[in-house]
Design a protein around this ligand. Sequence first.
Ligand code: PEP
Ligand code: CO
Length: 454
Amino acid sequence: MKHWTKSSWKKYSTHQQPEWPDENKYKKIINEISTYPPLIFDKEAELLKKYLADASEGKNFVIQGGDCAETFIDFNSKSIHDKLKILLQMSVIIAHGASSNVIRIGRIAGQFAKPRSSKSEMRGNTSLPSYRGDAINDIAYDETSRTPNPDRIIKAYHQSAATLNLLRAFTNGGFTDLSKIKEWNENFINNSNTEEKYDEIVKKINESVKFFETIGGYNSNQNMPFKMAEFFTSHEALLLDYESALTHKNNITNKWYCCSAHFLWVGNRTRNIDGSHIEFLRGIGNPIGIKISSSMKTEELLNICNKLNPQNEKGKLTLISRMGSKKINTYLPSLINAIQKEGINVLWMCDPMHGNTYKLKSGYKTRDFDTIMNELESFFSIHHNLGTIPGGIHLEFTGEHVTECLGGTDNIIDNDLRTQYATACDPRLNINQSLELAYRITKLLIKNKENNNV
Ligand code: PEP
Ligand code: CO
């Protein structure tokens, strides 16, 4: 790797970093974090890369999702459990309905830093620094809360570690085994229509599990072969000091890995080719995502791909398009064509959330379920028309009954938003909306498969 070190990014312009009031204290904390143990193991990142390579060839389908911003306040066993359950349920719906193997990547155990459109937030006559995620400042609107405080980075590290620990316990302890499928839904879904559809799948899967147990091909004690256990973590690699503090070299392979999460992505606001985020990411062995809005130019995308993945390694790059339902048809096809023409290996994913956010008169930021679906439908049909693979989705959802996005099976309307609007940043799909989306994606995958067989 040419002239790369884990701090070579410092020579480049760095966007979206907080202004720390006490630089010395901040540096001390970053030094301390660099002595902390890694959160993930490089072999896990390599394994995920292999799964993503398979997804880019249509052999797996990826669901990446979770909170827009994790918070310190929402930190308990139930909330982690619920986030895992929603990912498992969506996976089972898609895996069962579309006969696709599903790979789960949570926006979890590290999603604590947010890029913002504006450095400050005005309320009345006062202006305070914008909320930048719990690793940096507090969402409460007062001067102390909004002042960046590096102690919070340490707290974010420990919360990530504890979250990951519980996720590993759930997955290794058998909770993710398909024979536990009924338990994933206890007191969870609260929409009778969604529940009925889900129960139907549970019944069918239970019959299959029983059948395999009967003929001796399945042993739930060994968690084989129906384990949905594998689970990966991800977040936006925004706070580069933190990410590089957790970057370690494997002394056998001589490769560097950022050990804060398995998968890291560069956000739409920091993906400029000459910036420090791309410089940092080009040196690590983890699989990497690049968020792409309609402003991404073809030449720029090709250059970013070459810089991040000069060996054209499969599974290394995931392009996450987040164009918005109105723009995707105009802007995505030419990018896909160019990538195809150059023979660049990528996995295409769709984030139907971030290009479809708007503010209502009531002041709530929201997204419409139907618009989200429209973007996904376009994503699938564009890929079908070009003969390429729609390999996954990137979502913001929660395992709670929030009212943040409009529409869906519960038909949430503007007036309902105030009932349970709990996000610290962008509006998330609730349980019923997420499961409904999984059913609809299943249909799109089936349609794609049928079309491809014609
Ligand atoms: C996000 O994923 O929360 C986000 C800020 O996305 P983007 O960079 O695509 O705007
Ligand atoms: Co977001």
